[in-house]
Design a protein around this ligand. Structure first.
Ligand code: FES
Length: 136
């Protein structure tokens, strides 16, 4: 009798902990969403440093080069908007439903079907401005 009620309580506790951890993971990922709609300005030195180091996350975007041109790739998953995790050198992984993207933003594995938003970086004086490209 005691053993049965202990196992039932243990089962309820494990189920509750699992649901709570899933909720907290999704909430944390959604809170970190970058604001893709706002213009983003970068200091030229930080862009050049990111590019020379092979790519770096700056203000919620991954700064790298594509075809020799500086670009910023959004780190917001195109499935439901979770913040991606950088997994060098392969690309990005979504912690919510496990989509994968390469470093240019192309989808490697769903459920996401759209590539990540990509911005060209245009030098304007001492800064770079992120401008949306047709890709992503
Ligand atoms: S939010 Fe990224 S795979 Fe669903």
């Amino acid at each position: 009798m005691f053993r049965r009620s202990f196992l039932r309580d243990l089962w309820r506790l494990a189920t509750g902990a699992l649901l709570a951890s899933g909720f907290l993971t999704v909430r944390a990922a959604l809170r970190g969403r970058p604001r893709d709609q706002e213009p983003v300005r970068f200091d030229a030195a930080e862009i050049e440093e990111a590019i020379s180091s092979g790519g770096r996350v700056l203000r919620g975007m991954f700064v790298t080069t594509v075809d020799g041109k500086p670009v910023a790739v959004s780190m917001r998953c195109t499935h439901l908007g979770c913040l991606l995790i950088l997994e060098s050198p392969s690309g990005f992984r979504c912690p919510c439903h496990h989509s994968r993207f390469d470093r240019t933003g192309a989808v490697l594995r769903g459920p996401a079907v759209q590539p990540l938003r990509r911005f060209e970086l245009v030098r304007v004086g001492p800064n770079y401005l992120a401008r949306p490209t047709g890709a992503g």
